[in-house]
Design a protein around this ligand. Structure first.
Ligand code: ADE
Length: 235
């Protein structure tokens, strides 16, 4: 997968040069490229922003540097994603969809955002990290890149899997325990030590249902529940 990030602050993205996303780059499963669209500004001071028509606080990113930076990208069938709190909310389903793409472009805004003509003419997806406002799109882009890249084949390695992840099943994930079985009097649920895989599966499913009901009941409307699930939730 080829990922291009268009940003005024490419140095922020060093966070992606660590851990699993770094390994994905080393193993050539992804290629990350950065474009500082200030380099495309025809303004002799390299300006990329201006005040809004109609008045109001804040500055907007002007069309010229961004149109020219996008025009300079290699031609390909690609998604151009703009990070904005007014976009559709990012979620695991969107990460899964993006992980099927060959080419993604992230456009990171600052100040009050972009001139609307950028949205209208260049952008295929407007996406928000959540219902809060960041100082810029970079942290949102990094988060979304991380969530997408870990879903690519072989990125997590054989011992780790994302199939049971929270949200992949439509539920929050069940709790996990590792050794020791008794840590300063804090014990691991007996069922996990039983070696009975069917009982363990049932317990995990029930824990996932319980957590989701307590913390994110809204998610339960979108999952397919078995009769056993319903009986558990009603108990
Ligand atoms: N830029 C500023 N706030 C944002 C948010 N919540 N999501 C994505 N991009 C943003």
């Amino acid at each position: 997968m080829n990922i291009t990030v268009m940003t005024l602050f490419p140095e922020m993205f060093t966070a992606l040069n660590h851990s699993i996303v770094a390994r994905a780059q080393e193993e050539k499963r992804i290629e990350l490229n950065y474009v500082n669209f200030r380099d495309y500004s025809t303004n002799r001071h390299g300006r990329v922003d201006d005040s809004p028509y109609g008045g109001g606080a804040g500055m907007l990113l002007t069309p010229q540097p961004i149109f020219d930076a996008v025009a300079a990208l290699p031609e390909a069938k690609r998604r151009i994603i703009v990070l904005t709190p007014t976009g559709r909310r990012f979620d695991q389903r969107l990460a899964e969809e993006w992980s099927q793409e060959k080419e993604l472009v992230f456009l990171c805004g600052h100040y009050e955002g972009f001139d609307q003509r950028i949205h209208d003419e260049l952008v295929t997806d407007e996406v928000s990290l959540g219902d809060f406002v960041l100082t810029g799109g970079e942290l949102a882009a990094m988060t979304m890149i991380d969530a997408t890249v870990r879903l690519l084949p072989d990125v997590l390695g054989k011992s780790a899997s994302h199939e049971d992840d929270s949200f992949s099943t439509g539920l929050l994930e069940y709790p996990h325990y590792t050794r020791p079985a008794n840590f300063r009097g804090l014990t691991v649920p007996d069922v996990l030590l039983s070696g009975n895989h069917a009982r363990i599966e049932t317990w995990r499913r029930q824990q996932a249902l319980k957590r989701t009901l307590e913390r994110r009941p809204d998610l339960l409307d979108q999952v397919t529940l078995s009769d056993a699930d319903r009986r558990y939730l009603q108990s």
